[in-house]
Design a protein around this ligand. Sequence first.
Ligand code: ARG
Length: 477
Amino acid sequence: MLLRGERLGEISEDVLEFISSREADRWIYEADLLVDRAHLVMLKERGLITPEEFGEIVAGLDKIDEENLGEGEDVHEAIEAELISKVGAVGGRMHTGRSRNDEVATCIRIVLREEVLSLMAEVNGLAKALVERAAENADSIIPGFTHLQHAQPTTLAHHLLAHADTLLRDFERLSDSYPRINRSPLGAAAFASTGFDIDRNRTAELLGFDGLIENSMDAVSTRDFLLEALSCSAILMANLSRLAEELILWSTSEFGYVELDNLFTSTSSIMPQKKNPDTAELVRGKTGSVFGSLVSALAICKALPMSYNRDLQEATPNLWRGISLTRGAVTIMAGAVSSAKFRCDRLEAASGAGFSTATELADSLVRKTGIPFRTAHQIVGALAVKDERPTIRDLDEAAERIAKFRPSERGFGEDELKTALDPNENVALRSKIGGPAPKETRRMAADRKSRIEENERLVGEMRGRVDQALESLREMR
Ligand code: ARG
């Protein structure tokens, strides 16, 4: 144990285990070595260590192997101890003007920005899968639901594009959070900064950060960036669970609208005929776990006084859990969506069920006969009481009873009725912006496709900036 020395003496195994973050620190091991290196480069440039010392320490760092790390409360202590055992007392210069408090906050941000960039790419990939399936299905007529009751006919493209647009907002949320993640707390030291003549902007630049978390007290104590990433993940999962739920419902024999590829299903250990949508169910289930990660982290960070408190260590594993569950779910859904077989025949057959063309019948009556919409709503509502498809006689009778006129005598005859009751005609009429008509969904699909390409470019650019900085840093000897 490097740190306790005469001040505290030995520690017992159970206490060490209790206070240790070593398990979760697997996530930040690589980042910690980068932070060490950037700090050393800066110390050398500021004349706080000599070039020779720098060379010896960096050569020692290069030889460190995660497998061989010894004990310690955390990875920071273990790496420093290992370094000193390799290069001797000179290794003790590395921690000049630094604390584990700014170190750990920096490490978390370095790993999180990578995770967020990957998640952004994955979310964009899922949106792309949805848009591609939408483009194939501009003409596939399907039932649309409200309250999970047949409502009005729509198209599969319209439905899938709704999910795609939702995910594109999730992409934006993640992208918006990124500039608040990618800021450097390094150099804040324990919280009060340091009397050494360090250069915080230089370490920030070396590590590919876009700037500083300036106030050194704020820098070590805030985890709002992590709460924000978890919030984005939780909202994303809430959205994803809706898609998952529909895949589950739609693949029941009651709906029979979709069949998931075998790869995304499991069977039963007792019922040989079963093909269960387990991947979608687990997306739905893992949504709860991601919410749990967010709520745990919020509860841990709540009401902590300034500045660093060890409680913060307990928040971090929730971040890694939340973000990796989210990434896994997004990737699985992209595969499930791309390979799903939509049963367009069944979807179309169901599209007129439950008198789902009633709204259009009322609308057509308004357009042809000039009656107020509410009157038309009353007339068509009366027709809906019966189970059979209404005839023109039914319509005339109901209109006569309710509004004292006969539609067939005011230009609304057999042909008009037939058209109003045709799901395809219903959809074709709904060609206004954002509507389900094939013309409009084709336009939306093309627009989203170019947005998705733009997103791909954006992620590549953001990643490129970070990678370039880290590549140069790794080469510094
Ligand atoms: N492992 C700690 C964490 O994850 C960092 C160490 C800070 N320790 C301290 N005694 N100040 O937050």
